[in-house]
Design a protein around this ligand. Structure first.
Ligand SMILES: Nc1ncnc2c1ncn2[C@@H]1O[C@H](COP(=O)(O)OP(=O)(O)OP(=O)(O)O)[C@@H](O)[C@H]1O
Ligand SMILES: [Mg+2]
Length: 186
């Protein structure tokens, strides 16, 4: 199964979410690789930090996660979208992200009629104005939002260097639920 993470906007958390998903699927006993289409190479570098000393998985994995550049104009984003079974648009609950998420929805639908398209809200701060607006924001996008949102957590920043072991139990629970929500789409 191929999961493509995309967003028109930079910095919303595509690479962080790629890595969290990678770790969650691995915890769940799946074989998984991240294919990094972004020349910045954030995911590739992070995986080297986390996994550098472990033997590389070879063969056909259960799940391939595609991380993409922060652009819908980039060929890499279009290629990754065409091979997606699930196209996951990453957004924060900020208004500008929501408008751009809808552009990303149209981008996917114009290139891949078969993919399940979903939005995931990242960096959610429950108890703040934007955090409370998540449900309202979700209604402004024409595809469903995943029922699991990812909170703003310092340990998610640390996960880029340390992987699963950086996560506290609440974060682990959230990330596993996120992975399960994705698996239930297929
Ligand atoms: N849920 C989160 N909680 C806290 N910090 C986060 C979260 N998600 C991402 N970040 C932080 O936000 C910044 C941008 O994240 P990331 O690099 O994953 O975004 P991106 O969409 O891949 O960016 P780019 O568009 O440049 O590729 C990083 O500093 C990352 O640690
Ligand atoms: Mg990135």
């Amino acid at each position: 199964m191929n999961i493509t993470l995309l967003a028109k906007k930079g910095g919303v958390g595509k690479s962080t979410v790629s890595l969290l998903l990678f770790e969650a699927f691995r915890q769940a006993g799946k074989t998984v690789i991240v294919h990094d289409w972004d020349a910045q190479g954030t995911s590739t570098k992070a995986l080297e930090l986390i996994d550098g000393d472990k033997p590389k998985f070879s063969g056909k994995p259960d799940i391939v996660i595609y991380d993409t550049p922060p652009s819908l104009d980039h060929n890499a984003t279009a290629t990754a979208v065409r091979s997606a079974d699930i196209a996951l648009i990453v957004a924060t609950p900020a208004p500008a992200d929501i408008w751009e998420a809808e552009e990303a929805v149209r981008f996917v639908q114009g290139r891949n009629g078969k993919a399940a398209v979903r939005v995931v809200f990242n960096k959610v701060r429950k108890g703040t104005v934007l955090g409370r607006l998540v449900d309202e924001s979700a209604k402004q996008v024409s595809v469903p939002a995943l029922p699991v949102t990812l909170s703003a957590r310092e340990c998610y920043q640390h996960a880029v260097a340390q992987g699963w072991k950086a996560l506290d139990s609440a974060a682990r629970e959230e990330v596993l639920q996120f992975a399960v929500a994705l698996l239930s789409l297929t």
